[in-house]
Design a protein. Structure first.
Length: 551
């Protein structure tokens, strides 16, 4: 995540000198702790939190769990991971508190500009996708166009909006408005929305409240009045991850003012230092429930302290990636795709289906950011143009069904027609077809290997139905008779199977995660240029993903 990118780099560098040491001295530990302390302070983490964190890490690192470890450097990273998880709220994290008798009332509070209105739409979309029937309530009647903004957000999310003045209904139906009101009282609007939700059988109400540029008594009084009027099941404090050192002060003020029950981190995709947000859970003792990781409605996820700690330490977040895939991907379709790969009949139509399923997971930057060791490729990630996926889709859609089934028939005149129809150049069409041919060969080759490239549920791969072709196996090369060379070969194979990144920094090699997660069938090679020069991406990303970033 961009908000923690600087912190990730600094922590990775702090661990570098430990990896070459067999035994760690007290001076080695203190040097690492010093670098960690500087990294956290530079990232705007609260001083008290930094002192407590580094003190616990040092105490454990100087104990027997490091001195007696087979790999002391790995153990130090493990300790930092566990203590960072604790700072982020391990033990206090929990799901939303839903009411036994609907509707569940969720009130959003925070400073102006924190992203409450956008967050309301994302939360509504997430709840709707989870099987609930949410209603957004426009109780911010002070900021110009706040009601209109919520209606626009609600329309994008497909969630209805209860507003004090008539406007366009977000779900395409009749306007939902409190009759007879033009400006309105936010407390009355909030109270009336609950009665409306009960009448129309909405099971969740999300109340968007007014914010201020700074904490003041008027803001707190209005928030308290709304709270007392509707008795919400959850009061979520929305905090901008880029707020800086004011994060702790603001969080304390809202905790004392409205006694919020949970925290939502917004704008985690921003470029500013996001360390201040790490202090909120530790200082207030309230759990971080959600995180907003981008501008899209789907860039919103449940906050898991252990997974966020792993991301900050460049260990990736494979579990979230797997969960999103299992939720969005059709397992039967994945089995069919895997079977086609094994048979060598995977076509452009199949790839287009896979590409559309990947888009359901969210932005490609967010998706790739969950892969371990990606910090070293941050520049390529930042430069990646999401519209490249649109162009790829446009090229394939400009082909006839026969051309998609059999790309070999696409001659020069057909390529010119496809380029004209998709608004790209002929060279771009040529590059796509070349990459697809390479991908098809690679996928067929990988599908015929035992134990290689196993997919995760919903992602396809040999484990989803692909298998060895019948017939004799090709003779494999024998192992070297030189013991040292053989040991080196076996270690290289183990490293490849473990999905270790070549030259991965920091703690990325120490992650606790499933091995070899695979993107949907052929996506890595299809979107990339196999065999290009330059630093390799982590093996678990597949051979050709480098081309995705234009290298």
């Amino acid at each position: 995540m961009a908000a923690f990118s600087s912190l990730t780099d600094r922590l990775s560098n702090a661990f570098k000198h430990l990896k070459s040491k067999g035994k760690l001295s007290e001076a080695d530990i203190d040097g690492t702790i010093r670098e960690i302390r500087r990294a956290l302070l530079d990232a705007d983490v609260a001083l008290d939190v930094v002192r407590s964190f580094t003190g616990k890490v040092r105490e454990r690192a100087l104990g027997t769990e490091v001195s007696e470890a087979l790999n002391p450097a790995q153990q130090v990273v493990k300790i930092v991971d566990e203590e960072l998880t604790d700072v982020l709220g391990q033990g206090v994290d929990r799901p939303l508190n839903f009411a036994k008798n609907p509707p569940t009332i969720i009130m959003l509070a925070g400073l102006q500009g924190a992203g409450k209105t956008t967050l309301a739409g994302k939360l509504g979309y997430w709840l709707k996708d989870s099987g609930h029937t949410p209603l957004l309530v426009a109780a911010d009647l002070q900021r110009p166009n706040a009601v209109t903004q919520l209606q626009v957000v609600g329309e994008r999310a497909g969630v209805p909006v209860y507003a004090p003045e008539k406007g366009v209904q977000s779900d395409g139906g009749e306007a939902v408005a409190a009759p007879g009101q033009t400006s309105g009282d936010p407390v009355k609007v909030a109270r009336d929305s609950i009665a409306f939700a009960k009448q129309k059988l909405y099971d969740t109400v999300i109340i968007d409240t007014a914010g201020r540029l700074g904490v003041d008594e008027e803001l707190m009084k209005q928030a308290r009045d709304i709270r007392d009027a509707v008795q919400p099941n959850e009061i979520l404090f929305v905090i901008d991850a880029m707020i800086g050192q004011d994060a702790v002060k603001t969080a304390k003020a809202f905790d004392e003012g409205v006694d919020f029950t949970g925290v939502v981190l917004s704008k985690l995709d921003g470029d500013a230092r996001g360390g201040a947000a790490l202090s909120v859970a530790s200082v207030t003792g309230k759990p971080i429930l959600f995180a907003s990781t981008g501008e899209g409605l789907k860039d919103f996820e449940v906050f898991h302290p252990d997974r966020m700690a792993s991301r900050i330490l460049d260990m990736g977040d494979i579990m979230t990636l797997i969960e999103q895939a299992q939720k969005q991907f059709d397992e039967e379709e994945a089995r069919k795709a895997a079977a086609k790969i094994s048979e060598g009949s995977f076509g452009l139509d199949d790839f287009l289906d896979q590409l559309q399923q990947v888009r359901k997971l969210g932005s490609m930057k967010s998706l790739l950011g969950m892969i371990p060791g990606m910090a070293q490729h941050r520049k390529e990630l930042e430069q990646f143009d999401e519209r490249e996926i649109d162009r790829t889709e446009a090229i394939i859609r400009s082909m006839t069904p026969a051309e998609r089934r059999n790309p070999s028939i696409i001659n020069g005149s057909r390529r010119a027609r496809i380029a004209y129809g998709s608004g790209v150049t002929v060279s771009q069409v040529n590059a796509l077809l070349q990459r697809f041919e390479q991908a098809a060969k690679m996928m067929k080759r990988m599908s015929n290997r035992n134990g290689m490239g196993g997919g995760i549920p919903g992602f396809g791969g040999p484990s989803m139905g692909g298998g060895k072709k019948k017939g004799k196996n090709k003779k494999k090369g024998g192992r070297s008779g030189n013991p040292m060379k053989r040991e080196a070969e076996e270690k290289a194979l183990r490293d490849k199977l473990a999905g270790k990144a070549s030259g991965a920094t920091g703690g990325s090699a120490f992650a606790k995660k499933p091995q070899n997660p695979a993107l949907p069938a052929g996506l890595e090679q299809m979107m990339g240029n196999a065999g290009n020069d330059g630093a390799e991406l982590p093996p678990n990303l597949g051979g050709g993903l480098g081309g995705l970033f234009g290298r």
